[in-house]
Design a protein around this ligand. Sequence first.
Ligand code: CP3
Length: 355
Amino acid sequence: MNDSLKNDVFLRALLRQPTPYTPVWMMRQAGRYLPEYRATRAKAGDFLTLCQTPDLACEVTLQPLERYPLDAAILFSDILTIPHAMGLGLKFETGEGPLIERPIRCATDVVSLAKPDPNQELRYVMDAVSLIRKELNGRVPLIGFAGSPWTVGTYCVEGGSSRDFARIKGMMYDDPKSLHTLLSTLTDITINYLNSQIAAGAQAIMIFDTWGNVLSPANYREFSLHYMSRIVDGLQREADGRIVPRIVFTKGAGPLIAEIAKVNCDAIGVDWTTDLSEARRMVSDSKALQGNLDPCVLYASPEKIREQVAKVLASYGYGNGHVFNLGHGIHPTINPEHAGAMIKAVHELSPAFHQ
Ligand code: CP3
């Protein structure tokens, strides 16, 4: 893995080092809004097979980079590969979202959990990472990722997506010890999994905590942030002579951003419900920030998109430590040209903030 990195603006921004412009990538940048993604998924047959076939996972990872001058690639996979590898049975039914066939419902389920070996059951992920690194050939850095234990835990306990999180919250109040055992097991597995991704070639790591925002602040600290902090502390800090930056993203974290800043991460993902200026004040420039354009801005015209990009850049303000992104994943019904307009606007407007 001695390819020299031609564009390291993203990695430098995460470490709050000077950059000539603000780097940009999009959460869910490979996905259903791209016709070429839909074609590859049809070739694979279904989403899980696509994730498990390194050639095809590599192909879809690179698709958005062929279209746009993005500053980072993100591994094509899913946060639910872990419960899948634990043997809980994962299915993606069209239009239904993910389904876990054997959810974790009681203390006995929790003690008998299998800990998969990332180089066995999740070998396909590591193979995809090495292949993508080879194909990228140093163009931009590759992001590896996992879900937060709390977020992955919600799928394991609820058996799929949830509106009220009744089962996992019931468990949290009734039997917190069992929930802690589950989260701790997921944490150990995730540390191993992410370190294997780093060994295979991931150059930055992002932890997705989509559902931490359904918790009270005290429960967020105890059941979500604590475990993300353990993961960050367990990660390999360097690979190939470079620091591997870590990004922690809790959707809707808002006022909790100051708490997240106590974690040993390099950057914090921010969604559009918090102004970047406010988030920057909360972290007192101790962390880089990633975000935070409302993904629905991309439904507007390219001219309006440019105006909104300018607002996000101005909200972060002058200086280093900003990675431009959407505040959450790109919607499947977005016109791909509009994503292009956003990326172009970031590259054209951001140098003014870096003089
Ligand atoms: O960002 C990227 O392009 C990398 C790939 C990626 C996917 N999922 C691909 C995917 C990443 C980083 C994820 C993370 C993920 N997966 C999260 C956390 C981030 C977030 O969006 O909040 C969560 C909660 C999941 C779980 C998951 N996977 C759900 C709820 C769904 C179904 C909802 C949906 O959008 O259909 C998935 C499926 C999924 N993961 C798709 C993709 C491209 C859609 C599959 C398809 O129909 O082709």
